[in-house]
Design a protein around this ligand. Structure first.
Ligand SMILES: [Zn+2]
Length: 607
């Protein structure tokens, strides 16, 4: 997942400083006029603060020193303090009637500005801040074991993708979950207690209900919506699971991976079994597996450097009629890794002044992955600029799935046809229809395999926050959900007092996860709409709408709305539909589905 820094994200600080809002209850009911004034003042404060805060953060991430760390931390604390103050201030207007649409919407946005709200109780904010920081840093310092030697987080992640010895995989998997997850459990229980109280103080049933409140519908309806989306795509996942299990059984034998039942979680090329692309070599169909060209080789052969790759990505967006990136983008972005200093290489997209000071921060290498990442990151930038005339609190995606989906939607368009149009691939090199299975299976191993994991992360947390899952059942509930949705199983027995969820960054990192599930679904809806509007009649996964200004104009209509309207309106502005749906994803993978069903004939699918 690529990180994106948006202005509103400045308010979504993970940690909390002391509450600045006094714990007194107002004796009179505030008026609608007071609400308008409160919103206007909050918006003004945030807008002014966000520009300096973004500059401090930019300097810190592109020039890491003790000083830039300290300055960034100061801004972080100040942003958190503002988030707490404005959320609590906004909650005072909960029962007030006669508010305008914008004031009501902006108050709700202010209330949801914090991922972990602290209650007013003395010391609660400090304790929450301390625990959240402690867990984040524990994750960062986490070590697994391989061959008796400690192995750090990024190394163990990479090794899970390349190692094929089941004993070593099991050793890495078990040590990571035991060492990193389990010690966090007591602190996590306490975080849940405190933040739940904070959410209740803001008028939500619990923290999960607060997280779900950001989707323009009652919290329960959102839970039902994600279930509906999952039901739509599950048949495809089931076929992929069945086929992959058979291939793993062929490779490893019954003792390691039986032909029936769940898949051993450590055999899928990823610590969390969330994306399976790393074991494509194990599942690749004979003949169709090799698509005949390699984007890395094409880029190298044509003499591309990092800047040319970014120019090419920009060219996709301008071909749709969007204005080119401003000159400052090229002056201020970090496109390659500086030679002489420490920087954060994790790719991100920025809009520093909330208008057109757009930048990307990458350590671009000339390869296929980074070519895709560039298209993705620029999607954030073009979205940010499209909504830059909205008021500050609307400077965001229609919901948190949209921002990620837009970048991925463009990245989906890096089809052979597109590569021909931009002169990277010769027409004669375009793989024939016989290679479709390979093209689609490679995509599905990441995008389809991810769906149940993307869903269960927050399903688990929603249960924890609501109290339906008690601390004694944290591990058991995780294992049950992993089995039910992913059809995977730990390679070794899990202790009842374990805490495997803590061994996944977004749990100690306190990052809601439903957005990634939504983004996976939405990107195919965007893509299908664009292909339909461009008059494409061939198989969906081969479509390229490069150069189509009509598509660009509609797409821009959705982007311009930012967060100003409920997301179904934004979705309708581009796709014509107000419904999120898994049907486009199913249509995209239809040829693969047919092929998988043929492969799985005679196999007992399911687990
Ligand atoms: Zn992103």
């Amino acid at each position: 997942m690529k990180m994106m820094i948006s202005r509103a994200a400045m308010a979504v600080a993970l940690t909390l400083s002391a509450p600045a809002f006094a714990a007194d209850t107002p004796t009179t009911i505030p008026t609608a006029a007071e609400a308008d004034a409160f919103v206007a003042a909050a918006e003004k404060d945030y807008a002014a603060f966000s520009v300096s805060a973004a500059r401090a953060s930019w300097i810190n991430q592109t020039y890491i020193t003790d000083d830039s760390d300290a300055i960034a931390a100061e801004y972080g604390a100040k942003g958190t303090e503002m988030g707490v103050r404005f959320a609590k201030g906004a909650a005072r207007f909960d029962g007030v009637t006669g508010l305008s649409y914008d004031t009501r919407r902006k108050l709700d946005i202010l209330k949801q500005g914090l991922v972990l709200p602290a209650p007013d109780a003395p010391g609660a904010a400090d304790e929450l801040n301390m625990l959240a920081t402690k867990l984040q840093s524990a994750y960062g310092k986490g070590r697994g074991t391989l061959d008796g030697q400690p192995i750090n987080g990024s190394d163990i992640e990479a090794r899970m993708g390349t190692e094929r010895d089941p004993a070593k995989l099991q050793q890495m998997w078990a040590s990571w979950n035991d060492n990193v997850g389990a010690p966090m459990k007591d602190d996590y229980v306490r975080i849940v207690e405190i933040a739940n109280q904070g959410a209740r103080d803001l008028g939500y049933a619990d923290l999960g209900a607060m997280w779900r409140a950001g989707y323009d519908m009652p919290a329960d309806d959102f839970a039902k919506l994600v279930d509906k989306l999952w039901d739509e795509v599950k048949p495809l996942y089931d076929q992929l699971h069945c086929y992959t299990r058979a291939k793993l059984n062929e490779k490893y034998g019954d003792a390691v991976q039986p032909a029936t039942g769940p898949i051993r979680a450590d055999l899928l090329g990823n610590m969390w079994a969330q994306e399976w692309g790393n074991i494509y070599d194990i599942v690749a169909p004979k003949g169709a597996g090799d698509i005949g060209y390699d984007v890395t080789e094409l880029l190298t052969a044509k003499g591309y450097d990092a800047v040319k790759m970014v120019k090419t990505g920009e060219g996709f967006y301008t071909s749709l009629g969007l204005a080119p990136l401003p000159a400052s983008f090229w002056e201020r972005s970090q496109i390659t890794k500086p030679r002489d200093r420490e920087v954060v290489c994790h790719a991100s997209a920025w809009d520093v002044d909330n208008k057109d000071d757009l930048r990307i921060k990458m350590c671009t290498k000339v390869n296929s992955d980074d070519f895709v990442t560039i298209h993705h990151e620029l999607g954030h930038n073009f979205y940010q600029r499209a909504y830059n005339r909205q008021p500050y609190l609307y400077l965001n995606g229609a919901n948190d799935g949209f921002h990620e989906a837009i970048g991925d939607f463009m990245a989906l368009s890096i089809t052979p046809d597109y590569l021909v149009k931009i002169g990277l691939l010769d027409k004669a090199q375009v793989p024939g229809a016989d290679k479709d299975t390979g093209l689609l299976l490679r995509q599905a191993m990441d995008k389809v395999a991810f769906l149940p994991f993307g869903l269960l992360m927050d399903k688990w947390r929603w249960g924890v926050f609501s109290g339906a899952t008690k601390p004694a059942d944290y591990q058991r509930s995780w294992d049950v959900l992993r089995l039910e949705y992913q059809g995977v199983k730990a390679p070794v027995e899990r202790p009842a007092d374990g805490f495997d969820p803590g061994a996944k960054y977004h749990v100690p990192g306190q990052t809601p996860y439903a957005r990634y599930f939504l983004a996976r679904i939405l990107q195919f809806q965007f893509y299908e709409a664009a292909c339909r509007q461009s008059g494409w009649t061939g198989p969906l996964h081969r479509c390229s709408f490069y150069g189509n200004k009509k598509v660009g104009a509609k797409f821009n209509k959705m982007m311009e709305m930012g967060a100003s309207r409920p997301w179904p309106e934004a979705l309708a502005a581009f796709t014509g539909s107000r419904e999120m749906s898994g049907k486009a994803m199913i249509a995209y993978f239809k040829p693969l589905m047919t092929w998988l069903q043929a492969q799985n004939k005679g196999r007992a699918c399911g687990w």
